[in-house]
Write a new protein. Structure first.
Length: 151
């Protein structure tokens, strides 16, 4: 029972849900007709707690894989590559801008980390980077860094 992944995953998300609900409570709930800034967070945290309790109970009943089974066959080299790529993305995001950094990140992930043929990875990466930029910048009016390439 104590080695079940569902038990530990459920307990982890129970703690996260309780923290979210508590922070929502501290922000202030308001009323149903005039919700406060913590209203959504509080109820979201309670829903997370309810779901995580059901998962933890399933783990206590002995359902699901053992914890060690989750890590068997993990490709740690690729995990480290993704972490390094995200760090580089975060550092280069402000000076270079959204589109070039996102394009480079997606190309790296699609060619090095989990290889996809180049004839697919280039147009998919370009379409995703430009498409997300268009939705965020033009439709939702979210200001993204232009970087030195577009100034």
């Amino acid at each position: 029972m104590i080695r079940r992944a569902e038990l530990w995953g459920g307990l982890f998300w129970l703690a996260v849900g309780a923290f979210v609900a508590w922070q929502g409570w501290l922000l202030g709930l308001g009323t149903l007709h005039e919700p406060g800034s913590g209203f959504l967070f509080f109820w979201l945290g309670l829903v997370m707690c309810a779901f995580s309790v059901t998962i933890a109970l399933a783990g206590m009943r002995g359902q699901g894989p053992e914890l060690a089974d989750l890590w068997r066959g993990a490709r740690w080299g690729r995990v480290l590559l993704v972490i390094a790529a995200l760090i580089v993305y975060g550092v280069a995001f402000e000076p270079l801008g959204f589109v070039p950094c996102t394009l480079a990140l997606l190309l790296f992930l699609m060619t090095v980390v989990d290889p996809v043929p180049l004839k697919l990875s280039v147009p998919i990466s370009a379409a995703a980077a430009v498409g997300v930029w268009y939705v965020l910048q033009k439709l939702l009016l979210i200001q993204l860094p232009h970087g030195t390439l577009f100034e």
